[in-house]
Design a protein around this ligand. Structure first.
Ligand code: F6R
Length: 278
């Protein structure tokens, strides 16, 4: 065990949950899972005077943001005190690049929200001093008292944010070299695979696990293997998402397909339809 992992385990051991206490919520469809996650976003915003949300991108989150916008239409809330921090951004892509996460967030969420521009934060993909920008990013989150809710997807290699396998669990925001698996997985979004960036800036694992609540949403049959690996894995830097396993307020939100390889005793299937409340 590395020194960083030992100190991470020491911090987390006061919670001492067991494997079977992991909180799974499994829904019949990916849409119902997204609806549940959108409701969790809304509830956090309603519950906190100055909510701070950690946001993710990727295909898993698209229906979450669509549901969230619909919920807001039905039940408008004041967003003037909301602050958001995104998990990650590709290094070298400008905010107007169609595959940048700045662009994604504008397209799927921010352009449709009355959210003060200064309350929106994403790591800068073209910062002149990336190291200083990374430190400032983690510090800005801490200055606001940390993240109230962190939304996460997962990579097929178990990454959270862009924290690839073997990233230190003590990491803060940092520049990362993307793994070959991630470049293959995410290259599908680029017209030419060779345009896929080699590096990104990501919130670190320590930043992520310090969030007061974490919702890890995983959908689709293609993610069933990593869901099962996560279930069986010890807490190990080889599987970045395993850092979440002792988080006291973690919910793993799955659709039935992503849960296909989990032992059935791990969960009960929820039947939340789009009309029901959490
Ligand atoms: C995105 C992010 C990544 C994705 C993961 C899954 O901000 O941090 O960890 O959540 O790569 O991506 P999708 O949802 O496209 O399968």
């Amino acid at each position: 065990m590395t020194a960083a992992l030992a100190s991470f385990c020491a911090i987390m051991q006061r919670y001492q949950p067991t494997q079977t206490q992991l909180m799974y919520k499994v829904f019949e469809t990916a849409d119902a899972a997204a609806y549940y996650t959108a409701q969790r976003m809304l509830k956090t915003i309603q519950a906190m005077p100055e909510p701070v949300l950690g946001l993710a991108t990727g295909s898993t989150m698209e229906p979450v943001y669509a549901h969230f916008l619909q919920l807001l239409q039905r039940d408008p809330v004041d967003l003037s005190q909301l602050t958001t921090f995104n998990l990650d951004e590709y290094l070298g892509l400008s905010v107007t690049h169609a595959q940048s996460y700045h662009y994604y967030m504008q397209q799927h969420l921010f352009s449709k929200l009355a959210l003060p521009q200064e309350n929106i934060h994403l790591p800068g993909g073209v910062a002149s001093d990336a190291e200083a920008a990374c430190q400032a990013y983690s510090a800005a989150i801490q200055a606001l008292g940390g993240l109230d809710l962190q939304l996460l997807g997962i990579g097929s290699n178990g990454h959270i944010g862009f924290n690839e396998p073997q990233t230190s669990f003590a990491s803060r925001t940092h520049v990362v070299e993307l793994s070959e698996q991630t470049r293959i997985d995410n290259g599908r979004f680029f017209a030419d695979q060779s345009e896929m960036p080699t590096h990104a800036i990501t919130l670190g694992i320590q930043d992520i696990v310090e969030a007061k609540e974490v919702v890890l949403m995983i959908t689709g049959r293609h993610k069933a293997d990593i869901v099962a690996q996560l279930y069986h894995s010890p807490i190990d830097e080889a599987l970045p998402a395993s850092a979440l396993k002792q988080h006291p307020h973690l919910t793993i939100v799955l659709d039935r397909e992503a849960a296909a390889l989990l032992p059935s005793q791990a969960f009960a299937v929820s039947s939340l339809s789009s009309a029901q409340a959490v």
